[in-house]
Design a binder for this molecule. Sequence first.
Ligand SMILES: Cc1cc2nc3c(=O)[nH]c(=O)nc-3n(C[C@H](O)[C@H](O)[C@H](O)COP(=O)(O)O)c2cc1C
Length: 208
Amino acid sequence: MPSFKVADLDPNTQYKLLTGTVTPRPIALVTTLGTSGPNAAPFSFFNVLGSDPMMIMFSSGPRDGAAKDTLANIRECPEFVVHIVSYAIKDKMNVCATDYPIGVNEIAEAGFTQLPSSLVRPPRIAEAPIAMECKLIKSVEVGNKPHTLIIGQIVYLHYHEGIVNERFHIDIGKVDPRGRMAGAGGYVRATDRFEMPRLKYQGTRSGG
Ligand SMILES: Cc1cc2nc3c(=O)[nH]c(=O)nc-3n(C[C@H](O)[C@H](O)[C@H](O)COP(=O)(O)O)c2cc1C
């Protein structure tokens, strides 16, 4: 059974093993606003953090030793919008991952429709099934390169029609999210779903 002492692995191998091991990852398509205008980019080092208040987190790695435009913008304007990437917008999302120089509006480059947000300054993307307006709680630099962990509090939620019912349940089939797998072009679609109820402990827990 292959086993690895991580300290013996070079950073590239660590990246390959990490991104191949933790799959599928949700994809955050993040819009931000800086002095050079709006920006959009996808991030799969992304997840939820807690629900009271609603918090999410994603991390941005460095590019050529400097902050990516998303992070640079969040440092200027500590607000952002996280969009869930559906299968329908996969190609437009891919355009947003292009290493454009700062000042290029990927929302327009990709052919997305830009809408004003309700409580934050960065715009949101109309074609995304879900948009979460966020205010920055904290950013933390970690690692050797470093990566920056960005923690946001969700202050406004937008859903396409038919996704949320009156009991606040989400119809995931209508969201049709796309997940990130390993490799340059590896993705997955959530089309093979099943349900498994949680088990209840039948014994007596100590202390009641
Ligand atoms: C599906 C996908 C997921 C990505 N996830 C990340 C990520 O988690 N962290 C990161 O730093 N870059 C990630 N990237 C690369 C960035 O999207 C890319 O560097 C982008 O150009 C950054 O844009 P910006 O400079 O406008 O912020 C990802 C790219 C794709 C296509």
